[in-house]
Design a protein around this ligand. Structure first.
Ligand code: GLC
Length: 477
């Protein structure tokens, strides 16, 4: 029996701001319970919905020294869909309406969380073989494990994996602040360890001290070893190249299933999508107040609205995109400049653009069901999940060839009749526009080919099956 602790700052269904939560909440369910005891450790945010809080059970509490102070650590517990979940409880750090606040304070909060996550292990009597740490919020765990906790026999032989979901976010602040928050000694704050260009980076600590590093696609594993994508860590990642691998994410095939999706106004399968999928388009148009017309080419974006996502490319050509025969539906929140940008385009093209500046799981499902294409033109994309959901629903992805987008979307080849979507290489608005126009042309003038491509998309398997096997191989090693 292999014992593994997943340590992360978000996890569906409790709290989610991005794809990290989907991965942490779904992957642990995929392992065979007879061979793997996988448990999750996350913060007990005040903003976790009541319906989950009601099911939590108090286990224990203690005081923990960190830096020059001592803090309360409470342990709450529940089993969710067969997976044990431990919540680190501390009102001082985890109250407030959102899981993240501002960097300076978040760094202190997640230094505390990292140390607490290790400290609860003897208390709950769980000695993992592997600590599987996700993103910068868990970055200090491999560091603590190999330093402060190294002398403690309980922690002997525990291995660590650091998974990068996004290298841009590192938990980076001044060396002094990190020393204060972690209570770690001076010798760790050098350029070969936690220091990064005079600051300190929590993720870097994880990448230096973890036994193995993974990221969420092969292409991203390669890209982050180059200066353009490396966020200042490309040298380190090159040096650790032998311990670095890419395992592409999957999605929850029960949650995302057009045959069973109760949010859809008409469910559909590989057999009847040609007839039934379009009914979801009509329902979507009606719900969003767009002209109801099955002939429209409906493009969707479901995304955090941040610089990562390539939205400035869209801005540059939006008026060209909004030509006859196209409707554009956006769902998501983020940087006010992009939120306003989509509101603005809705204002000038009210019959073409629907800007939904909030997050709704329900509307996202209706969009996967009702759109013809899903657009993901990211500047960088470690894996990307929306294109996988799009494939599952036969809504063809239009993507930039970066990270997981490149690994999961096979561009349409008209001559060989292969492909599951459309893609472009350079971060260039003209290429984006050409690719959208090409997709539109295929949609209107090669109906049969479009439908064959939808079927190929729906036949792809991006459930967790294959990727969970790769994680199992890694755990066994
Ligand atoms: C982050 C990345 C995204 C990835 C997700 C889950 O949100 O930006 O590309 O799919 O993590 O790994």
């Amino acid at each position: 029996m292999k014992k593994i602790a997943y340590i992360a700052s978000e996890c569906v269904p409790f709290i989610k701001t991005g794809g990290l939560a989907d991965v942490v909440g779904t992957l642990p369910k995929m392992f065979d319970k007879k061979e793997y005891d996988v448990r999750i450790i996350m913060p007990n945010y005040q903003c976790i919905p009541e319906k989950f809080k009601d099911k939590m059970r108090y286990i224990s509490h203690f005081q923990m020294d960190i830096g020059d102070h001592s803090q309360y650590v409470g342990i709450m517990y529940m089993e969710y869909e067969g997976v044990p979940v431990y919540f680190i409880d501390n009102e001082y750090y985890f109250s407030g309406p959102t899981p993240y606040t501002e960097d300076h304070w978040d760094i202190e909060r997640f230094c505390y969380f990292s140390k607490a996550a290790l400290s609860i292990l003897p208390v709950i009597g769980f000695k993992p073989d592997i600590l599987h740490c996700h993103d910068w919020q868990a970055g200090m765990i491999p560091v603590y494990l190999k330093t402060l906790f190294a002398g403690n026999p309980f922690f002997g032989n525990i291995r660590s994996i650091m998974t990068i979901h996004n290298l841009r976010f590192q938990g980076r602040w001044s060396v002094d602040h990190l020393k204060y928050c972690t209570g770690l000694p001076d010798y760790l704050f050098t350029p070969d360890k936690l220091e990064l260009h005079k600051d300190a980076s929590m993720l870097k600590g994880g990448l230096v001290y973890a036994d193995v590093i993974t990221t969420v696609s092969n292409t991203y594993a390669y890209e982050i070893q180059t200066p353009y994508y490396g966020e200042g860590l490309d040298g380190l990642l090159q040096a650790r190249n032998q311990s670095l691998c890419g395992i592409v994410n999957g999605i929850d095939y029960d949650e995302y299933n057009p045959e069973k999706d109760s949010f859809l106004s008409r469910k559909y399968s590989k057999k009847n999508f040609k007839k039934n999928k379009v009914l979801n388009k009509l329902a979507l148009q009606k719900e969003l107040g767009l002209p109801v017309d099955k002939e429209q080419f409906v493009i969707g974006i479901i995304s955090r609205l941040t610089d990562q996502k390539g939205l400035d490319l869209i801005d540059a050509v939006m008026n060209d995109i909004c030509q006859d025969g196209v409707q554009f539906v956006v769902l998501g929140t983020g940087d006010p400049k992009y939120e306003d940008m989509f509101r603005y385009y809705q204002g000038i093209h009210p019959a073409k653009v629907s800007a939904n500046i909030y997050f709704s799981n329900e509307l996202s499902h209706k969009m996967y069901g009702g759109c013809d294409a899903i657009l993901v033109p990211s500047r960088f994309e470690p894996c990307g999940l929306t294109q996988l959901m799009a494939l599952r629903y036969g809504s063809l992805p239009i993507v930039r060839e970066t990270g997981g987008l490149k690994d999961t979307v096979d561009p349409y080849n008209e001559y060989e009749q292969t492909g599951t979507g459309f893609s472009f290489a350079n971060y260039d608005p003209k290429e984006l526009l050409q690719t959208i126009n090409y997709a539109k042309e295929v949609f209107y003038n090669q109906k049969k080919n479009w439908e064959s491509m939808q079927l190929r998309a729906m036949n792809m398997d991006y459930s967790w099956n294959t990727s969970a096997k790769e994680y199992e191989d890694l755990y066994q090693r």
